[in-house]
Design a protein around this ligand. Structure first.
Ligand code: ZN
Length: 501
């Protein structure tokens, strides 16, 4: 068995080496590549996508999986070997259904579509990307079509990001959450509003980025195995478990962008840096789902990074860096400012309470497009209508409306957004479990110590990579299924106190 496993691992490593090469090219495309590189880059990425797909579909991998099947039932479910076989089978069987030529065509289309989006967004020019988005919808529907027998056409697409999640599970969960959060948003609107103008003074970008780097280093991001670069739409990418990179955007008159964006991406990266190094080059060597990934970025960004204990440590340091801007702003006023609840246009800047409204409306629009009830040509208008209805605000243009997210312009329509809200829900469950195990976590944060929390997360979540599904992790950690209750309680307590409800 060990010899067969070894053969399987070395074949998988070739596949994941090719994927890592694609990741380097994609990272370069969104950080340093000049516009003139776009067309060739699309072709290069398509070639790599096709090659890695063909490598994965090598009949030898199928033969090895078959030869290993008799051993699998004797392996403990939580062993690395059983995990590797489960994860490989999932990836292999999914890949088998999609022709390599289609994979290459899809990849080339997304690279070009992303490139057009980078010009259409600043111009607020939706018609410029509309033909690309129409093709994306067509590709997304065709991709789903390779997986017949689904309940909902979005299910196979969601499965790529959040394995085992389905529209029939997500819809009621999101409806439940919305029913809990809408009264909270209303109650906050009825209270005196928080003054957050202190965050929008002039903060030189270089010093913002220096401080953000200091913060992410302190919470546990390892710069020996990563680096940070600038990009218009921040993301995290891993070329190996020893090279997990983050990106940031800094805005002179908005202190939150670089700071909370960096903590967010560092949360994703700390997860990947914590994966068992022996999983590298296999399907186990990455976070298990979009939802669990987002649970970590959001946990570090919000539950930790917007908490009182965190800032009672970091605020004097921030004041020392920006004395002119912040010396007259007390800690309590700063804490309230960074937790202002106010319906806003941009998802990534949204506060914790209204954030999920941005996600559920995108999720609904995705489903409507896939179901054929909403044409791409009507999307911008539908977007405005939903912002008016759900958040009570009307985007002044498409730049800060339908064009604001890179998703849909760099990947499928379907599966792009549910992970954000699933992640918020899971962050509440995981943090509650961490606190139950270690009630000293908040007082450690007041001293700038994050090791107990990080150690618990590594032990319970990070090291496992993709060995367990999201549902299995939640079950192992909380003893039950995914539940909105800890997250809703966290929001009610925190914002009830800030707004005096
Ligand atoms: Zn994220």
């Amino acid at each position: 068995m060990e010899a067969l496993l070894q053969q399987l691992r070395s074949r998988l490593t070739e596949v994941y080496d090719l994927r890592a090469a694609s990741a380097v090219l994609q990272w370069d495309q969104t950080t340093y590549m000049p516009p003139g590189g776009a067309a060739a880059r699309a072709r290069q990425l398509a070639t790599l996508a096709r090659l890695s797909h063909e490598r994965l579909l090598d009949p030898e991998i199928g033969r090895l999986l078959e030869a290993l099947q008799p051993y699998e039932k004797d392996l403990p479910y939580d062993s690395d070997e059983a995990g590797l076989l489960r994860a490989t089978r999932r990836v292999y069987e999914r890949a088998l259904r999609v022709p390599p030529a289609f994979v290459a065509e899809l990849s080339a289309h997304y690279t070009l579509s992303y490139d057009v989006w980078t010009r259409a967004r600043p111009a607020g020019d939706f018609p410029m990307v509309q033909p690309y988005l129409e093709r994306t919808l067509d590709y997304s529907r065709r991709l789903a079509g390779f997986f017949p027998g689904y309940e909902h056409i979005a299910d196979p697409l969601i499965d790529y990001a959040d394995p085992d999640m389905k529209v029939s599970v997500i819809r009621p969960l999101f409806a439940q959450l919305q029913a809990e959060l809408s009264p909270l948003v209303q109650a906050i609107r009825g209270r005196p509003q928080v003054d957050d103008r202190a965050l929008f003074r002039s903060f030189p970008r270089i010093r913002q980025l220096d401080f953000a780097r200091e913060v992410v280093r302190q919470i546990g991001y390892d710069f020996e195995r990563g680096r940070q670069d600038l990009t218009p739409h921040p993301f995290t990418t891993a070329f190996s478990l020893g090279d997990v990179r983050i990106t940031a955007r800094a805005v002179e008159n908005d202190l939150g962008q670089a700071l909370f964006g960096s903590i967010h991406e560092a949360g994703h990266a700390i997860y990947e840096q914590g994966i068992n190094r022996s999983f590298e080059g296999t399907p186990l060597g990455t976070g298990t789902s979009a939802g669990v990934h987002e649970s970590q970025s959001r946990l570090w960004e919000n539950i930790v990074g917007r908490s009182r204990p965190f800032w009672s440590f970091f605020y004097p340091r921030l004041q020392a860096i920006f004395p002119q801007q912040l010396s007259s702003v007390p800690l309590e006023a700063f804490y309230r400012a960074i937790n202002t609840v106010r319906p806003s246009l941009i998802r990534t800047d949204a506060d914790e309470v209204t954030y999920n409204l941005h996600v559920t409306l995108r999720f609904d629009l995705e489903l409507e497009m896939l179901e054929g009830r909403l044409a791409v040509g009507d999307l911008a208008e539908a977007w405005r209508a939903r912002y008016q209805a759900d958040l009570g605000i009307l985007p002044p243009d498409d730049r800060d409306g339908v064009l604001q997210d890179a998703h849909w312009f760099d990947g499928n329509i379907g599966g792009a957004f549910q992970g954000y809200t699933l992640g918020n829900i899971l962050s509440g469950q995981f943090f509650q479990s961490a606190l139950e195990a270690h009630p000293e976590i908040p007082s450690e944060m007041e001293q700038g110590r994050f090791g107990t929390l990080l150690g618990w997360l590594r032990e319970r979540i990070y090291q496992h990579g993709s060995k367990f599904t999201a549902a299995e992790l939640v079950e192992r950690i909380t003893g039950g299924p995914i539940s909105i209750e800890p997250y809703v309680r966290y929001l009610r307590e925190k914002y009830g106190e800030i707004y005096g409800i």
